[in-house]
Write a new protein. Structure first.
Length: 79
């Protein structure tokens, strides 16, 4: 939680329309952060390397006991 709290202000500054969700599986305790930006803001964010993703991933990799740290780009659309 501390690693997320440290990058959350920068993550929320990515776009005025950004949505950040924390997901935790009740069974296996997988922890996921889902960041959704409006389509028009995606390209510029991608060009910046999805900052602060690299910083966040480094913080996670420094935590003993965490495994399988990865990223995934998906389409998320409310219907």
């Amino acid at each position: 939680a501390k690693a997320l709290e440290e990058v959350l202000p920068a993550l929320k500054a990515v776009s005025p329309g950004v949505k950040v969700n924390r997901l935790v599986c009740g069974g296996c305790l997988d922890f996921k952060i889902m960041t959704t930006v409006p389509l028009d803001d995606f390209g510029p964010w991608e060009e910046k390397g999805f900052a602060p993703e690299e910083d966040f991933l480094a913080k996670l990799k420094a935590i003993d006991g965490l495994s399988q740290i990865e990223t995934q780009t998906i389409t998320n659309m409310e219907i």
